[in-house]
Design a binder for this molecule. Sequence first.
Ligand code: GLN
Ligand code: ZN
Length: 761
Amino acid sequence: MALTHNLGFPRIGAKRELKFALESYWKGESSIDELKASGAALRQRHWQDQAGLDLVPVGDFSFYDHVLDMSFTLGNLPKRVQGFHGDALDNYFRVARGRSAASAEAHAGSGGVAAGEMTKWFDTNYHYIVPEFTADTAFRLDASRLLEQTAEARAQGLRVKPVIVGPVTYLALGKAKDGSNRLALLPRLLKAYAELLEIFAAQGVEWVQIDEPILATELGADWRHAFETAYHQLKSSRVKLLLATYFGQLAENRYLAANLPVAGLHVDAVNGRDDLLPLIDHLPVHKVLSLGVINGRNVWKTDLNAVLDWLEPLSERLGDRLWIAPSCSLLHVPVDLASERKLDAELQSWLAFALQKLEELKVLAVALNEGRAAVAEQLAANQAALTTRRASPRVHNPEVQAAVTSIDSHLGTRKSSYNERARKQAERLRLPAYPTTTIGSFPQTTEIRKARAAFKAGRLDIATYKAAMRAEIARAVREQEALGLDVLVHGEAERNDMVEFFGEQLDGYAFSQFGWVQSYGSRCVKPPILFGDISRPHPMTVEWSTYAQSLTEKPMKGMLTGPVTMLNWSFVRDDQPRSASCKQLALAIRDEVMDLEKAGVGVIQIDEPALREGLPLRESQWQDYLDWAVESFRIAANGVRDETQIHTHMCYSEFNDIIESIAALDADVITIETARSDMELLDVFDDFKYPNEIGPGVYDIHSPNIPSQKRMVELMQKAAARIPAERLWVNPDCGLKTRQWSEVIPALSSMVSAARSLRGA
Ligand code: GLN
Ligand code: ZN
């Protein structure tokens, strides 16, 4: 009998209940007990939703982040929050969110507290709080959270499987603040884990899921060794461990993983199918093998018959040792498709959110255990939906496919070299040295948001809406002229979101109403769904850009989102490679670039802030991704004349290790975030001679502080030590949409003065 289980459930709630409960508590509008009650109610509901499974996860619920939960369970609190007297949950939020020195609590004597650093969880868009270590980090187990939740789930009559982050992944994801070797902490850490497992055993827990996703990444010899040390030490525990790996293939870690002394192994069978047969050959015969057969990272219906075709023989072979589950925690998908009111029925029939994925899992289990005939109806319905999807003219557009097939290298290549282009652009644009510009958006005021929402809801007619947006554009142009900026922007008032704005105007994209996925803490994103071949039925930005240009003599920058960012911030098709979808997006953006050029726009910026996010987990696969990502950008950007200046923009990610690919985009100008990191990001230019123009950000737009002219000049001087001054631009780190006009005006005014003083020097 194949057993069913789940690795984790989305905690935010189908209607983002947790988000609202958290934010209300943080604002002081509700009590901590009310917040805790909301958490308990959500857990209860989510367990109810999973009640049909043989084992339900416990401990996957989190008020902010599951890695931070583990830090608290292990008693690994940063020194700055130790000795806090009060509710432990408040202390937890202090690490999660920080606390300013000006807060009431600080006045009571405890001072400000810096938030823990946050970073991306593997290749997902979820962000975790980085565990902090020093050479003298001590661990002190606090199992209360896990025990309470175990008891709660049992009270619902469920068979539970506590979920914890494994010791090796926990160490690997953390940072040693004092530069010490965090692996040296392993023996101490393992004591805490052993203690925890004993507590579970005493509670009669049979299985514990121990997550070690770093097994799907390239591991050095010391980390491989740590796995052996860790699991040999934990093997004496009386609970059975299900070692869970996900997000990709085990590949070269296959033998290591198969032979660790645990009772069961979970692998991602969606991304790691090639691994399976060799893995099974190496798996000791007493071990449970849990196969993640349903994609926990995407929103498409599973092809159940196709899965059964390869799963049935394995089920024969493994018998009771086979478990089935989603590939990873369902944290990365929305909760319930049934909430959607606006997605059309056909499109809905192709999709599965978390609850629907669990239904699929149950159908698979019945088919394996009782034969396909027992679920003939469900299998037929699944087949029918997939058949329509495969054949649908909404998905397949022969014209788009032909255009992709006929892509050749000239499409992505500028007519002349950068030097030649730079000469013609200088003649056309007549910019001073150290030209100033901004990244695109200006403050999104309440009036702007209200107008957009009213228009969307049909309460505002199109003419009134357009007039309101035009007034905002005119204001942005006026302010920029008064400030004396050199290359202006229209301000992006009409855009809710840089992907959604374009996705809504492209064929092949759909938008859910409740398809929220947690990004970090209470923050969620609603990735659009790229379901079909992408085409652009009409120009998307030309009207706004040409209107803005008509108001000024200065060059007006057209503003677009690049194909790679569109792709990386969407749920994308599973029926063709990501590279194919990316190239379709590239052709659509290219059409827009060409239309802007035709309309007389001389500077066009194509934002790619998410370029780095698409990098595969294994470095050995990076080049392949970078090749098609760079090609896609080039297709979008490089059809223009020499005189048209192409800008790109990137921010908030390391890009030093992919600098050659960034240079290969061949944008005339790149603006990047550097102020926040004090120009640290520019170190790469010591060794790598970046060939084109660069605008290193001098204004940290995340801070309400107004940077001084002096500070900006200093930052630019740091840049000029590495990059020839004639190729430098002066600009903020990123868009200004989250700031207020009252902050932006003095900050940009200092920036313009800084540029003027640099020119004088
Ligand atoms: N042009 C966008 C803006 O200014 C860029 C946003 C981003 O980099 N994420 O808001
Ligand atoms: Zn940015």
